[in-house]
Write a protein that binds this ligand. Structure first.
Ligand code: ADP
Ligand code: TRP
Length: 337
């Protein structure tokens, strides 16, 4: 048996809806880098998923190109992992159709992300939004993935992918799909990188992102503007959410001694948020600077980006076609000629 066959399979994707930010990096991409040499990895750009927000063709194409360049700039190696664009593997939409026949309105309507979108964008509650988790399940199980490195916000979608995979197996009396499990960088809980605007997660469309391509001066400005409070007045006081978020981000990007130092300062009511923010900004810049430089180099290298996308599409299609042949056979969609 070749070495590739015994490696466990990994699938994950990011929508081309904007530049990658620290949430994408620490929630997902950092795990991609850790896994790419030890697993059979498929990392893709979820362009079909992004159609729920109706991008213009020009914006969609620019977004795909940008995320591809950013994947590579982060250090994903196209020789080690399969990097591809979702729409280059049309088999996934066929599997999505089959899975849709066994995905129920009730469970789709109860999905947190759907309820949230239905509330915040009532004028665009389209069917693609409702069946978003079904397409995501198809992405994952078409390569028979064992692990999916994603941030905490995708936990429920991943649980639904397991439900749809198990349901298919049961329905056709065949264990075709493994149950895909979450993978986290440190083997602990899935993470949520907070925004620095007081509450919630950092997101591409939330206007609170710190981007990998960003100029250090802009990063400093954003961090210095982060919401805090007047400072603790009692020893070991519970931190309000905006301050807790600052510490959460620091735990993700800074050295443990740095975090400990500022924790002690906070707990003894001596903290100077300005100093903490300065340190945090420098620790963020240390992560982003090398990536930023590579993004600027790569994004205009159309020839290289095209080559990577073509190579990835071929490898991903091969795996997808293999699975779909089995799926059609199990369902009973057999050719009469
Ligand atoms: P966004 O949420 O920024 O629009 P995507 O939805 O395409 O980006 O997310 C791509 C990946 O990045 C997913 O694995 C998601 O869990 C992860 N991710 C996005 N934001 C965060 C965050 N704030 N913290 C942790 N992971 C995140
Ligand atoms: N739904 C994911 C997000 O919004 C993106 C995504 C699409 C994905 N298909 C996937 C992630 C498959 C992991 C595996 O972030």
């Amino acid at each position: 048996m070749s070495e590739k066959k015994i490696k466990k399979t990994v699938v994950s994707g990011i929508r081309p809806t904007g530049n990658l930010h620290l949430g994408n990096y620490f929630g997902a991409v950092r795990s991609f880098l850790k896994m790419q040499h030890d697993f059979n990895c498929y990392f893709f750009i979820a362009d079909i998923h992004s159609l729920t927000t109706h991008p213009t063709p020009a914006n969609l194409q620019a977004g795909v190109r940008q995320v591809l360049a950013e994947y590579l700039a982060c250090g994903i190696d196209p020789e080690a992992a399969t990097i591809f664009i979702q729409s280059d593997v049309p088999e996934v939409t066929e599997l999505y159709t089959y899975l849709n026949m066994n995905a129920y309105l009730g469970e789709l309507e109860r999905t947190t992300s759907f309820k949230e979108k239905a509330r915040t964008q009532p004028d665009n509650v389209n069917a693609g939004l409702l069946t978003y988790p079904v397409l995501m399940a198809a992405d994952i199980i078409i390569h028979k993935a064992n692990y999916v490195p994603v941030g905490k916000d995708q936990e429920q979608h991943l649980e639904m992918a397991r439900t749809f995979a198990n349901r298919f197996n049961r329905m056709y009396h065949h264990k075709l799909f493994p149950a895909p499990k979450p993978f986290t960088f440190d083997g602990k809980d899935m993470i949520k990188v907070p925004g620095l605007d007081g509450s919630g997660k950092m997101g591409k469309s939330s206007g609170n992102g710190i981007y990998l391509y960003e100029d250090p001066a802009d990063i400093r400005k954003k961090v210095m503007r982060a919401v805090t409070d007047a400072g603790p007045t009692e020893m070991n006081q519970v931190k309000p959410e905006p301050v807790e978020n600052l510490f959460t981000l620091m735990k993700i990007v800074s050295a443990p001694e740095t975090v400990e130092y500022f924790e002690n300062q906070y707990n003894s009511c001596q903290i100077r948020y300005g100093d903490m923010k300065k340190q945090l900004a420098e620790d963020i810049i240390a992560v982003t600077t090398p990536i930023r430089e590579r993004i600027l180099e790569l994004v205009n290298d159309s020839e290289y980006l095209g080559k990577v996308a073509r190579m990835g599409a071929e490898k991903a299609r091969e795996s997808a076609v293999r699975t779909l042949t089995e799926v059609r056979e199990l369902i009973g969609l057999r050719k009469l000629y």
